[in-house]
Write a protein that binds this ligand. Sequence first.
Ligand code: PHE
Length: 368
Amino acid sequence: NSMNVNNSMNVNNSMNVNNSMNVNNSMNVGRNLHLQQNHPLNTIKSTIENHFNSTHSEPFALHDSLSPVVTTKHCFDDLLIPPDHVSRSYSDTYYIDAHHCLRTHTSAHQSTLIAAGESQFLCTGDVYRRDEIDSSHYPVFHQMEGVKMFPLGTPTKVIEDDLKSVLSGMAKTLFGDVEMRWVDAYFPFTEPSYELEIFFNGEWLEVLGSGVIQQQIVRNAGHGEQPGWAFGLGLERLAMVLFEIPDIRLFWSSDPRFHEQFKAGEIVKFKGYSKYPPVHRDISFWTGGKEFHPNDLCEIVRGVCIEEDLVEKVELIDEFVHPKTNKTSNCFRVTYRSMDRSLTNKEVDEIHFQVRDNAVADLGIEIR
Ligand code: PHE
């Protein structure tokens, strides 16, 4: 399932290229929620930035307006992500062409900023991943990246200790006096790597990924043997917990009932308001000769709902293999719901028929 961008067969696959072409009108590129005053994502961002700059005498450079269109070199190669790594695949990443994509993480800016000679920085932006559709997944979300470089010869132990004390201090600023633990992790660009988890509302919650930057990355960026650490975190995940926001699509809503609840810099509990009713439609099909990936179906549903965000959830509700033909049957339930108005059955029927037609045309499936 993992593909290589250098494989020309995949690059020429017309379905994938067409899907990445409608990136600009359907993907909320340029909305920059993290820059909107009073928006919960902006409050998380500025709280973290203030924490870093009040705990360090040397300021962290702040980047929050770098273009989300990056080269695959910056997004993957420079970070030592292997050519066959799943994060590069067409079912995970929005490609613009063979050498450009929408950044899948803010780590895409690590090596350029290190090469530019920055020794400590925070970098925030919108990131894009093809994904499932449910209350905590949306194809666009926001990340913050942090890097801190150290003088030549600083022992790894010192760097690791600093990473842990700075990042647990940041978590304390956001979450208060909570229990925390460091869990060993793996990222191609850091070694060792850790995830920070906090115990919050009765469960362990992953807050960030981090680690000591692979020396090869720094060397390639022209800074030789200078050591450093890096972390990356998702703003939505933290905001959903801290503000008690139950659905990731609410961040994109234009409903004043959402926005009037928030003031810059203040973490308050979101008060739910009544939602418009959901409309469910199922789609059952035999998967065809092409390998079927559920993200591709999600992408088709999103593609049909380009003008408005009408899909709340796509879930697999039944799957079986026919004993004689050996064909696989899938049934997905699509939940349509608008954040801003009631949907009519008629318009949902039209959308869903279009979804079926496009799925047949693009995914080589056979409707049951
Ligand atoms: N880029 C990683 C992700 O998106 C997070 C990360 C950043 C991990 C920096 C380690 C260091 O999951």
